[in-house]
Design a protein around this ligand. Structure first.
Ligand code: TA6
Length: 301
């Protein structure tokens, strides 16, 4: 159970629009309710768990079996992977996808900005992070809940040595039926197939999910389009300063092996992850900053 609501968090609230409340498992979350949009973001991992532009159904998938506790990542929404993606190459004991998705972040500010509400959260290196990764860093994550969802992850090297990191906004998109869903925007892109011994392949045409899919698309910058004829919507993801896109669906067996994921939920989600991973990890000199951005928008299909 997280501590009582900090006075500083209470001061950040915007009456009638943004409140800091206790969420699942007693974890604190920022709840956004405005004429344009509804949304939720936990301080645990700076984890967005809901984005619902007015007049639209929920855009993000959240597992009914997710755990809501310290030390565990929330299953669904948008986890942040940093400073490594997947397993840590030189330490099999290290937590998958790094340590910031299970960290308690600081709420910096909540502000009304144009047609939206921007929530800023931060975290930085400490004794815990240095157990896994010696670098000194500061992360600031700005999220604007509006008719679009605007994401900005800013990494600053606050140390005296250069650092190299991977990052991903591991977004779980909710779909009506994965078998009828198509992903466009990656045609002809090269990718690493993590379900086939990391073989390098080339994407031909749109992506259709017909089996477990776990791919890292390389050197990508184009917009991604997720077409969902069942929910009659097209979700578009544009990005900046991101050179890779990960596409994931666990399919039947992997879904069954995940304790925080219901057996049939693989049909209702697909992950499309704005990222910089593998050979496209980011190098940052002391004092330097890197800003990765993504914008998610939804239109009728
Ligand atoms: O992004 C795809 C992936 O790296 C898959 O390999 C799969 O493991 C997924 O992430 C979920 O990882 P998690 O650690 O959250 O179970």
């Amino acid at each position: 159970m997280e501590s009582a609501l900090a006075e500083s968090d209470r001061r950040s609230e915007i009456p009638g629009t943004a409140a800091v409340v206790q969420g699942n498992g007693g974890l604190q979350k920022v709840r956004i309710t405005s004429p344009e949009v509804e949304g939720e973001m936990y301080l645990h991992g700076a984890h967005i768990t809901s984005w619902k532009p007015t007049g639209r159904e929920e855009v993000l998938f959240l597992s009914s079996q997710s755990r809501w506790e310290q030390g565990h990542a929330i299953r669904g929404g948008i986890p942040i992977c940093f400073p490594w993606f997947g397993g840590k190459a030189d330490d099999p004991k290290a937590p998958a996808h790094g340590f910031v998705r299970t960290k308690a972040w600081q709420l910096e500010t909540i502000a009304r900005v144009g047609d939206g509400v921007t929530v800023s959260m931060s975290t930085e290196s400490d004794e815990d992070t240095k157990r896994w990764w010696p670098a000194e860093f500061r992360l600031v994550y700005r999220v604007t809940f509006a008719s679009e969802l605007r994401l900005e992850l800013v990494v600053t090297n606050t140390g005296k040595a250069s650092l190299r990191f991977e990052e991903a906004l591991h977004a779980y998109h909710r779909v009506g039926n994965i078998l009828k869903t198509r992903v466009g925007g990656l045609c002809t892109a090269h990718y690493i197939d993590k379900t086939d011994s990391n073989r390098k392949k080339i994407q031909h045409g749109e992506i259709a999910i017909v089996s477990e899919t776990d791919r890292v698309y390389l050197n990508t910058s184009d917009a991604i389009e997720l077409e969902d004829p069942v929910l009659r919507r097209r979700t578009r993801v544009t990005k900046e300063n991101s050179r890779t896109t990960v596409v994931w669906n666990p399919w039947v067996q992997k879904a069954h092996s995940l304790s925080d994921f219901a057996d049939d939920e693989w049909m209702q989600m697909i992950c499309i992850e704005t990222s910089n991973v593998t050979d496209f990890a980011v190098n940052l000199a002391p004092g330097q900053q890197h800003k990765m951005k993504a914008v998610v928008s939804v239109a009728d299909f």
